[in-house]
Design a protein around this ligand. Structure first.
Ligand code: PSU
Ligand code: MN
Length: 308
């Protein structure tokens, strides 16, 4: 028997119906729930993000792989599994065939979520901060697969920039080289994830969900390589992490990672976890404020997109 994409990628009834009717849908990733946020807050947040999408008149589609099947839109029980099951894998796009074949379960990163969302027919996706080029790249060549997927996937990702644990200028450079469309949402500086600004300029600025939808229409009308549209939406300045505290604890976290030899898939959760503890939870609040803001904006964009 052959498995088809249809049996490997399963939208929930609600998501399938919304897509069939051209109703607005917003994809949400699950790695932030399983690996990016501490329990039990992660489950509350997972529910809250779905509520934010619904309040804006769109349907949430949290994506994860359960027992080998990529689920697009989770039930309450499935959301709980992602938030509480121990040993859940962190799946990038390249891991999906393995997870399917071996009937594994895992949370999906930005790369896997973008891929699956696009395959399912979802155009708008909200997350916290993208992966990118890690500091020390010259030694480890650690560049998140997020960038590569976004260079060849037609999806709009609303994010608070890229994670500030990364080499932000190098990441922006890679996005430019790979031809990914990037704009700031009502800002001229690229956001800094926990921080309102990374200090790096962003050359384009979009002022409204309707403008974002127009950019998406432009992508489709122009054709060519199916690239993503990254809309970088800063955490409000009054909800950001104190920049001095951020810089100090991040320096400690990077030193600890180096000392403990943390690398590869483990480095992002390690650094994010260190920041949460080292800032007494302040980084968590800034992270959540960013994700919630992005989710609301993504929902408004999905609504504008559905009215085309
Ligand atoms: N944004 C957050 N928290 C996270 C992540 C993003 O606010 O935990 C996750 C995303 O799933 C992203 C992943 O794709 O971290 C990047 O991991 P890596 O650097 O190993 O590619
Ligand atoms: Mn990596």
């Amino acid at each position: 028997m052959h498995s088809t994409a249809d049996s490997l990628i399963q939208p929930s009834d609600e998501v399938a119906e919304a897509l069939a009717n051209g109703a607005p849908v917003v994809a949400l990733e699950s790695t932030i729930i399983s690996h990016g946020l501490p329990q039990p807050r992660n489950l509350e947040v997972a529910r809250e993000l779905e509520e934010i999408v619904r309040a804006a008149g769109a349907v949430p589609a949290t994506i994860a792989v359960l027992d080998g099947v990529a689920r697009v839109g989770l039930t309450e029980v499935e959301l709980e599994r992602i938030a509480t099951e121990s040993g859940l894998r962190k799946l990038g796009q390249r891991d999906l065939p393995l997870a399917s074949a071996l009937k594994a379960s895992g949370a999906t990163t930005v790369s896997a979520t973008s891929f699956l969302a696009a395959r399912a027919g979802i155009r708008v996706f909200a997350t916290g901060g993208l992966g990118g080029v890690h500091r020390g790249w010259t030694e480890d060549q650690d560049e998140s697969a997020d960038l590569d997927t976004l260079a060849r996937t037609r999806i709009t990702v609303v994010c608070a920039g890229v994670k500030s644990i990364l080499d932000v200028p190098a990441t922006l450079q890679r996005l430019e080289t790979r031809g990914v469309t990037v704009a700031g949402y009502r800002t001229d500086t690229f956001p800094g994830f926990y921080l309102h600004s990374s200090g790096q300029p962003v050359e384009w600025r979009v002022e409204s969900p309707e403008q974002a939808a127009a950019v998406m229409r432009g992508q489709d009308a122009l054709g060519g390589q199916e690239t993503a549209f990254i809309l970088a939406n800063p955490v409000p300045a009054d909800l950001q992490l104190d920049p001095e505290l951020h810089d100090r604890v991040l320096a400690e976290a990077l030193a600890a990672a180096e000392r403990d030899g943390v690398k590869g898939q483990a480095i992002t959760p390690f650094l994010l976890g260190y920041l949460v503890r080292g800032t007494d939870g302040a980084s968590l609040e800034a992270n959540l404020a960013a994700v919630k803001g992005n989710t609301g904006l993504a929902a408004r964009i999905a609504v504008a997109w559905s009215q085309r």
